[in-house]
Design a protein. Structure first.
Length: 100
């Protein structure tokens, strides 16, 4: 029977997880700010990010609306041209039919 050889990946992953947890704990213990200050900073950052996202969304909506209106006007103009051309062609067809 072939013997299964340990590649060492499991130990590496376990070590990486342990290192990450230890680093996080050390970071919290060594942080220069109190938990209250850290939570306030996080909340302030979230508010700023939210505000920027809302502002960007409003700008994008306004720009999209303007572009949609512009495209709508262009489509309406083209539709009118097509309608006139179709009316003209329909009249020509009626005239040819009437001649027969």
């Amino acid at each position: 029977m072939a013997e299964k050889k340990d590649s060492g990946n499991g130990k590496f992953v376990l070590g990486a997880i342990f290192g990450t947890v230890a680093g996080a704990v050390a970071g919290v213990l060594m942080a220069p700010k109190s938990g209250k200050d850290t939570r306030k900073d996080i909340a302030d950052g979230a508010k700023k990010a939210s505000s920027k996202a809302k502002s960007g969304g409003k700008k994008l909506f306004k720009r999209s609306k303007t572009e949609a209106e512009k495209i709508g006007k262009e489509v309406a103009k083209e539709a009118e041209v097509v309608k006139k051309e179709a009316t003209k062609k329909a009249a020509e067809v009626k005239e040819k039919i009437a001649k027969k």
